[in-house]
Structures are given as structure tokens and as C-alpha cells.
Design a protein around this ligand. Structure first.
Ligand SMILES: Cc1cc2nc3c(=O)[nH]c(=O)nc-3n(C[C@H](O)[C@H](O)[C@H](O)COP(=O)(O)OP(=O)(O)OC[C@H]3O[C@@H](n4cnc5c(N)ncnc54)[C@H](O)[C@@H]3O)c2cc1C
Length: 567
């Protein structure tokens, strides 16, 4: 048990000191933030929350430590929070005047050639799997599974997101169109429930709790101490396509969007292609997509018809960023040393060579793809995608997500979808995250996701639309780094209007719990759809007194907004 300090205090107390200057730099480093029990990756949200430290933290090393902390919190009627990677946008891993269970140091990783969940000996075949301590971040998992082991585990895109938080919300990575959700790959979990018992949850033992942990939301049903996920064969290649097409007029942009929707349906709506297209307000369509299983030649061939169509109208369209389409050996994707050897810009970020193949990567092709933790003694693999860097220390202005049903890709709906995208882009940039909707995925990925607690809307969606804005690093009361409340409110208004244009054609499909509005209306339905009543029952069974509370989590209706008072 350790007292928790609040590193940001120094920025208020002594903003010109050397320590404050160093901290301002460190606040752009997700590994620094992750190493501090008193900080979170997202620092707050205008009119919603601002991060605050717990009074004490239990820096747990194993399930026994977690159980001791749970018993202590329950017996002393304490507000309890749980933090792994600390990436919650909704601020659900921090609370003032609370006891924190901090899993940062629980990152043991073990791979298995033939794993059988406990109690499933007669019903399940052994299969390759990996067991990850609850505090493992995805970079550590990919290093062990892919770089060293030559296999693949379905996790998240951002290297510093925690495994337990991501899996419990469903969890998508760049290649989810092929391998499904992270929750769909879960084989077993060890979890400490509110009664302090260390339980195993899988398809045969505590199956109801197991199901709830697969997408029912973090910090709600217990404290997970480790999770075992199915492994997949690694494809030969990962790769991507990245470019921006600018239209010369509104009419040309409308035609471009219509063409892209049709092109997506015909050529990209399959298990190879994930990640994003951005429909931007300045009439620019930004492609930053990622593929698996295609060589550079094959990937280029896929895009050629679309680029030809664009090229036929040089007065209407120009390429703002020249297309970068390519592949690399999949095993090297998270191999930081390999990137350093092959792309020295990673180590020497000021050279100007054209690089980059991936979405997180590709956000800026002329930039280095990774940022590196340069603190003395930092691990050699402490790296994060350049494309995620803008969210480190982020203070959110507004955030919305919405699943887009596959039916909108049918020929007689494509025009409606293109028109809605154009209309929404008048207010804000719309990100189409194709890997966060499972329509187009193989049957095994869909079947596994159907057996999770996520909103079933994910199964029929071809993409998740995300509209978001913010600034950072920022925090209230820090001179020069105050969140812009007025601008934030304006942005939130634009984001509302933007998503309304899409909702007009989708109806109330739902939002992804981990990437959604803090002020989500009807969140029970939006996050979990028809699964909510079953989740509420499981919550009552395993946590009848509501020891585990998170904002807009299952059962949170029964508590005051701060989680201190039962209503
Ligand atoms: C930059 C960035 C990129 C992202 N990219 C993706 C992405 O590619 N795909 C995607 O699906 N999502 C993505 N997300 C969303 C992310 O998956 C969720 O925010 C996730 O919940 C974060 O988990 P964490 O452990 O890092 O965060 P935390 O804030 O530590 O935890 C999130 C929630 O889970 C709970 N929790 C954490 N550990 C445990 C545990 N051991 N037992 C019980 N509850 C626990 C916490 O109490 C909290 O409520 C991204 C978020 C950010 C900020």
C-alpha cells in the first residue's frame, strides 16, 4: 500500500522550476504517465471530469494482493477504483478519496501450446493461448506473442492500452475484421469478486461471470488478475494504404464520397482491411487503412481502380499526400529494434525519408512512426505509434461513436450514406473505423463475438463512426495549460450535430462503451443493447452491494454520480 502523489501539483505550485519543465515533457510520454499511480492517460473532459489521485494505492503483484485490497475496501466501506493501462476516456480509473488497486506491475506473460480452460477438459480441445497479467499493456503482449513467438493475439491498436480494460469493453485492434474482438478470443480469466474470492471464469466454470467480463465493461464485476486469450497464426504480411484526396468543390466531394462508399463495398469490405477513412470538413478524404495478409503488389492492385477513378478528373481532385501502399513482414510489426535497423528515422526522427505503412503509423508519413520513451533506464520496447501521440495527456472536448449497419452499403442505400457523410462532415471530421464493426469478418470471428456481452449491433456493423476532439496535455489550474472550456463546449456542440446527421440514417444502433460520449443518453441500451438485463442480473449476483462502481457502468444507476452514495 502506497500513498499516491499527484505529479501535476508541481505545475501549479512552481511552474517555472526544472521539475515542472521536465514534467511538461513527460506528460507527452504514455509510459511515464502509466508508471504514476496518480495520473491517467486522459487527463479529463470539459464539463465532465478531471483526473484526481486516490489517497492510497495497492500496487498489487498477484491475485492475493488484489483480494486483500478488495476485502479491506469492502470491510471499511471505501470507494474503490481499479487501474491498469489508465486509458479510460470516461475517467473510470480514477476517483478522489478512494483506494486504488493498481495492476501496473502484474505483467507476467506465459504462452501455451495447448491450453484447456479449467473444467472444460471434456468439452474443449487444447489450443495455443497466452496468459497475460492484468496490468500487461498491448506492446508487451505483442512483443511476447508476435515478435518472439511468431503468433498473433487480437488486442488493441494503441501500444499502451491495458489488456484488462480493453478486453472487458470488447476490444478492437487493426485486424479485428479478420480475428474479431479481443473479448471474442478470451478463453479464461482469473478474477477477484466483491466477496474477496479468487475465481476462475471460463465457458465451463462461472460461465455467467465469464460472459460479463467479455464486453460488460471494466471495473464492474470484479478485479481481473489475469486473462488467457486464444492465439492465431500470424499472416505473412501486415501493411497499409495512406493518402489524402482533396475535392475542388462540394459537388465533387459528394461524388467522391459516393464513389468511395461503392469502392469500399466492392473491394475493401472483407477480412483484409481495417482501420480508418476520415471524411474531413475541408472536402478532403483521408485514407489511413491497414491490411493483413496481402503483399505490397496485391495491396496496390486493390486500390488501383479507385486511384484511376480519381486520376480521371484532375480538375475535380488532387492528391494532397501521395499514396503510400505497402506491406512488411507481420512478425516485425511491433519489433522496435527492427524498425530502428530498417528505418533509422525511428531513432533519428529529424531525417526526412518517406516511411510508414500503418494507420497509427501513417497519420504522418513524413514523420517517424514510433515515439520512444527517452527516460533514463526506459525499456527498449517502450514505444508508441506517432498516430496515438496526440491523445497522451488529452483533455477531451467531445466524443461520440455510432455503429453503421451493413445495410447502408447496399446499392440502393449507398447514396443515402454518402449524403449523410457529407452532411456530417460540415460540422466535424468523421472517422470511419472499419475494424470496429464486424460485418465482413469470417464466421468464426462473428460467432465468438456473438457470445460476448457487447451490443449485438457490432455484429452487423461495417464500421464504427467516431467523432472526437480535444486538446492536450491540459489540466485545470495549470498556467498556460488550462483546458479551453468555451472552445470545448463549441466543439462538443459541433460533434453532436455531426453525429446526428449520421444517426438520421442509422437509427439508434449503439455506441462502443470504451469510445463514446461521457454524457451518452440511454447508455444501457447504447452500450449493451438487448444484453443489458442479463448483465444487470450478473452484477447483482457477484456484487450485490455495489463495491465496484464506474460512471455509466452496469448497475451504476443505483449510485450517486461520484459513486459514494447509494440512491
Ligand atoms: C489513445 C487511446 C487509444 C485507444 N485505442 C483503442 C483501440 O485501438 N481499440 C479499442 O478497442 N479501444 C481503444 N481505446 C479504448 C481503450 O480500450 C479503453 O479505454 C480501455 O478500457 C483502456 O484500458 P486501460 O487498462 O488502459 O485503462 P484503465 O483506465 O486502467 O481501465 C479502463 C477501465 O477498466 C477497468 N479496469 C482496468 N483494469 C482492470 C482489472 N484488472 N480488473 C477490472 N477492471 C479493470 C478500470 O477500472 C476502468 O474502468 C483507446 C484509448 C486510448 C486513450
Amino acid at each position: 500500500m502506497i500513498p499516491v502523489d499527484f505529479p501535476l501539483s508541481i505545475l501549479k505550485a512552481d511552474p517555472n522550476s526544472a521539475a515542472a519543465k521536465r514534467l511538461s515533457k513527460d506528460l507527452r510520454n504514455p509510459f511515464y504517465i502509466g508508471d504514476r499511480p496518480g495520473l491517467t492517460q486522459t487527463l479529463g473532459w470539459v464539463d465532465a471530469w478531471a483526473t484526481q489521485p486516490s489517497v492510497y494505492a495497492v500496487a498489487a503483484r498477484n491475485a492475493q494482493d488484489v483480494a486483500a485490497a478488495v476485502n479491506f475496501a469492502r470491510d471499511n466501506n471505501l470507494r474503490l477504483v481499479v487501474k491498469g493501462g489508465g486509458h479510460s476516456y470516461q475517467g473510470t480509473s480514477n476517483a478522489p478519496n478512494s483506494l486504488l488497486i493498481w495492476t501496473r506491475h502484474m505483467h507476467d506473460i506465459a504462452t501455451h501450446d495447448g491450453f484447456v480452460p479449467q473444467g472444460c477438459e471434456h468439452s474443449m480441445q487444447p489450443q495455443p493461448a497466452v496468459t497475460l497479467g492484468a496490468g500487461t499493456i498491448w506492446m508487451q503482449a505483442y512483443q511476447a506473442v508476435s515478435t518472439k513467438g511468431g503468433k498473433y493475439v487480437q488486442g488493441g491498436g494503441c501500444t499502451t492500452v491495458g489488456v484488462a480494460g480493453l478486453i472487458q469493453s470488447g476490444g478492437f485492434g487493426s485486424h479485428s475484421k479478420r480475428y474479431g474482438t479481443a473479448a471474442g478470443s478470451l478463453l479464461e480469466s482469473e478474477v477477484v469478486t466483491a466477496d474477496g474470492r479468487i475465481r476462475v471464469a471460463n465457458a465451463c466454470t462461472n460461465p455467467d461471470l465469464f460472459w460479463a467480463l467479455k464486453g460488460g465493461g471494466g471495473g464492474t464485476f470484479g478485479v481481473v488478475s489475469k486473462m488467457t486469450l486464444r492465439l492465431h497464426d500470424l499472416p505473412e504480411f501486415f501493411g497499409g494504404a495512406n493518402f489524402i484526396i482533396k475535392a475542388a468543390s462540394d459537388d465533387a466531394y459528394r461524388r467522391l464520397l459516393r464513389e468511395f462508399v461503392n469502392f469500399y463495398r466492392e473491394h475493401l469490405f472483407n477480412d483484409h482491411w481495417g482501420e480508418q477513412a476520415h471524411v474531413n470538413p475541408d472536402n478532403a478524404l483521408e485514407i489511413s487503412m491497414v491490411h493483413q495478409g496481402l503483399s505490397t503488389e496485391q495491396a496496390k492492385q486493390v486500390w488501383q481502380p479507385f486511384l484511376d477513378w480519381v486520376g480521371r478528373s484532375p480538375r475535380a481532385y488532387s492528391l494532397e499526400k501521395r499514396p503510400v501502399i505497402g506491406s512488411l513482414p507481420a512478425q516485425r510489426m511491433w519489433d522496435v529494434q527492427w524498425w530502428k535497423d530498417h528505418w533509422p528515422e525511428v531513432a533519428f526522427p529529424n531525417t526526412n525519408r518517406l516511411i510508414g505503412l500503418f494507420d497509427h503509423v501513417l497519420a504522418h508519413v513524413l514523420q517517424p512512426i514510433f515515439e520512444i520513451d527517452d527516460r533514463p533506464g526506459a525499456g527498449p520496447n517502450n514505444a508508441w505509434w506517432k498516430g496515438d501521440a496526440g491523445q497522451v495527456g488529452w483533455f477531451i472536448w467531445g466524443y461520440e461513436s455510432l455503429w453503421l449497419p451493413e445495410s447502408l452499403l447496399e446499392s440502393d442505400s449507398q447514396q443515402r450514406l454518402a449524403d449523410a457523410l457529407f452532411a456530417s462532415s460540415r460540422y466535424s471530421s468523421v472517422g470511419l473505423h472499419f475494424n470496429k464493426g464486424l460485418a465482413g469478418a469470417p464466421p468464426d470471428a462473428i460467432t465468438a463475438a456473438r457470445d460476448t456481452a457487447m451490443n449485438p449491433a457490432v455484429l452487423n456493423a461495417f464500421a464504427l463512426a467516431i467523432v472526437a476532439d480535444g486538446q492536450g496535455p491540459a489540466y485545470p489550474g495549470i498556467p498556460g495549460q488550462e483546458p479551453s472550456v468555451a472552445e470545448g463546449r463549441k466543439a462538443a456542440g459541433r460533434i453532436d450535430k455531426c453525429i446526428d446527421q449520421l444517426r438520421a440514417v442509422t437509427g439508434q444502433t449503439g455506441a462502443y462503451v470504451s469510445e463514446s460520449n461521457y454524457f451518452e443518453k440511454g447508455w444501457q441500451q447504447a452500450y449493451w443493447g438487448s444484453n443489458y438485463p442479463r448483465l444487470a442480473e450478473i452484477k447483482k449476483k457477484y456484487d450485490p452491494d455495489g463495491l465496484f462502481f464506474v460512471h455509466n457502468g452496469v448497475g451504476s444507476e443505483q449510485w450517486s454520480a461520484d459513486g459514494f452514495t447509494k440512491l
